[in-house]
Design a protein around this ligand. Sequence first.
Ligand code: G3I
Length: 404
Amino acid sequence: MARLSLALSSLLALLPIVTAQAGPWEQCGGQGWTGPTTCVSGWVCTSQNQWYSQCLQGSATTTTTTTRTTTTTGPTPTGTGLHARAVSKGKKYFGSETETDVLNDAPYVAILRTEFGQITAGNSMKWDATEPQRGSFQFSRGDTIVNFAKSNGQLVRGHTCVWHSQVPRWVTEGNFNNATLQEIIRSHTTAVVVPTILIGLALTTRIICIQDSWDVVNEPFNGDGTLRQSLFYNTIGRSYIDVALRAARAADPSTKLYINDYNIDGLSSKSTGMVNLIKDLKARGVPVDGVGIQAHLIVGAVPSTFRQNLEQFAALGVEVAITELDIRMPLPATTAKLDQQRKDYQAVAAACRAVPACVGITTWDFTDKYSWVPGVFPGQGAALPWDGNLVKKPAYTGIVDAFS
Ligand code: G3I
């Protein structure tokens, strides 16, 4: 009964909120849709299929619908962008992080559409964004990202379900006991990792047919490879990871379930911690499909064991993705630093190319214009393949060379 009322409240939370006009890339029609059926100025409500119409720029021509991708093939590449080059060498995608507040930057969007085949939302799918109050789900920002990706035939990586950071206060300050916190993890995970069955009931605005993988558990480790003393670990113990993974598998059996962390780029105690966790999960039959290597790296300091590290994860029978790549430098950027950065990007991309289990690379945004680095590491930056004026840097050439 408790589960039934939870499911009902989740369903109600997913019902569309009626607004006057739908915004860019938002839903504007489809069977069962009761929300706005016209788009804001400059956008046209375009039918994608019987379930779904979406606000797109330009004409109202019906476009081809992207279907759920469960194979190891990514979207059909267009042009000669980074995605096309990665796909030509057997990778599933080359992607970028983005966020809703930059999708009105037309020159930026033009690059995001043509160079990349996969999108990760920087913040819009995190717990504080999706469930700011218990049982009250907000998917509009995440769906804007999904709809943008869908309109470009791009895959989506869900980021992130259970993480010690960007958790709403009702979770951190709730003083929940073990059993209740497990149930909270279950219900949150079930709601965000695609209740696809609801789409068939036409009760939801959510068309998440292209969510290819999810960072179900993010940053669970301390630097020494032991498990981080987070709220989840301290209350539930290591089985909080099992709870999240099992709920994610039940919510969407075809999405690849990842554990994602930073500073696991080369062989290290922390990487060994990840190896041992994956072994343990697999031995106990807990579902897990991939290791996400964030790869927030430093120019001139890409670990020499980067490829070997990918191989050790691959040997466990999971796929590997480089999920948040950027390679920062002390500012100002100089010709010498930018050339070293080119070599570093090439080394990372070449390692992924060389290891079949490495399915793809996602940069944490693609332009220095929107990088998180200067805000968190004062005096450092210039970490991405495009500069702040959206001009390609030598790093871009390094990636191209790795996939040539
Ligand atoms: O939305 C509020 C805004 O209302 C407020 O005025 C402003 C004041 O500072 O803050 C805004 O929230 C910020 C949010 O990004 C959205 O811009 C937060 O302060 C800021 O902390 C948050 O930073 C994000 C960070 O995760 C939080 O840990 C970055 O954008 C995001 O790129 C970054 O991404 C993480 C990955 O999820 C996990 N791996 C590391 C990576 C980089 O830190």
